[in-house]
Design a protein around this ligand. Structure first.
Ligand SMILES: [Zn+2]
Length: 304
């Protein structure tokens, strides 16, 4: 099973540091942003320690093709109101694709964007047009459209909308889906009923198009359209449903990435937080819920 989490990527070790972080969680894959997701400042790829990272992965039996890049949030290909912003989105996406391919990764996760005040159909056509431009130029990338929760005017909030976007892409090898369990739960899909859910996905989109799953619990009720991630087993989806999801026979060729929140601890005058991933990965692999996750994470990082 390919299971990892979101990891950081920063100076001085950059991508090599990301690999080491993933290994410290006993993960065999990971996801990262090639720079801050909210801005356009990017460190030159020559400085990212790509060769060292690739070597490290080989030594630890991990494969760079299973490592996922997440595109910055700023990209909104669904913007049909402001052409300047749409063009900026296309330029940002092009840069991210070039960086992803230089690093040696294959999959780039992309939020399909927000329609703003425009008609959703029109917005979806803008996304298709943009994706056709970039995937024609870079046939080796596979863009994974992420399923969204339905905040504001987000598009891609139903399997039908995702299918509509995918159907419009000329080069079908360049397009796939990243399913976020928190997002689809918040959008109104029932993860407890996994067989029905996967059948629905398969009928509408096709399970062959699903490459990556963001595995998150949700702080919200099903259909709340909010998008607030919770730790595995500590939200409204629950441990059993998420565990059944990740161990489902139809999903064994997918890549699973945790994007659950770091756990915060209040000290006398301050707060610290630590990543839960090592322990969440362990409980998902063992298929056993850990009711003392907070304590285990705390104890572990006190000795580091
Ligand atoms: Zn995302």
């Amino acid at each position: 099973m390919l299971l990892g989490s979101h990891v950081g990527m920063s100076s001085p070790e950059y991508l090599l540091g990301s690999c080491k972080e993933a290994l410290s969680y006993q993960a065999n894959t990971f996801m990262f942003y090639t720079g801050a997701p909210q801005n356009t400042i990017r460190t030159n790829v020559n400085q990212l320690k790509i060769k060292e990272a690739q070597q490290f992965l080989k030594e630890h039996d991990m494969h760079i093709e299973n490592v996922i890049v997440h595109a910055p949030y700023l990209i909104n290909l669904a913007n049909c109101e402001d052409d300047e912003k749409y063009q900026l989105s296309l330029r940002l996406l092009t840069t991210e694709i070039e960086r992803t391919l230089t690093i040696g990764c294959k999959y780039l996760v992309l939020h399909p964007g927000s329609a703003l005040k425009a008609d959703r159909n029109l917005a979806i056509h803008h996304v298709i047009e943009g994706l056709n431009q970039v995937t024609t130029k870079y046939p080796n990338i596979t863009i994974l459209i992420e399923t969204m929760a339905g905040k504001g005017s987000e598009i891609g909030i139903s399997f039908e909308e995702i299918k509509q976007m995918i159907s419009g892409i000329k080069n079908q090898n360049s397009i796939g889906v990243c399913l976020d369990t928190c997002h689809i739960h918040d959008a109104g899909y029932d993860i407890q009923n996994i067989d029905v859910l996967l059948e629905q996905f398969d009928n509408i989109i096709g399970l062959d198009k699903l490459k990556v799953c963001h595995l998150n619990d949700s702080k919200n009720l099903c259909g709340d359209k909010k998008d607030r991630h919770a730790n595995i087993g500590y939200g409204q989806i629950g441990f059993d449903a998420l565990c059944a999801f990740i161990h489902h026979p139809l999903l064994q060729d997918k890549i699973f990435i945790l994007e659950t929140p770091w756990i915060s601890y209040s000290l006398e005058n301050s707060k610290v937080s630590y990543p839960p991933y090592r322990f969440e990965i362990e409980m998902l692999r063992k298929q056993q819920f850990d009711p003392n996750l907070m304590n285990h994470v705390w104890n572990y990082y006190q000795t580091k």
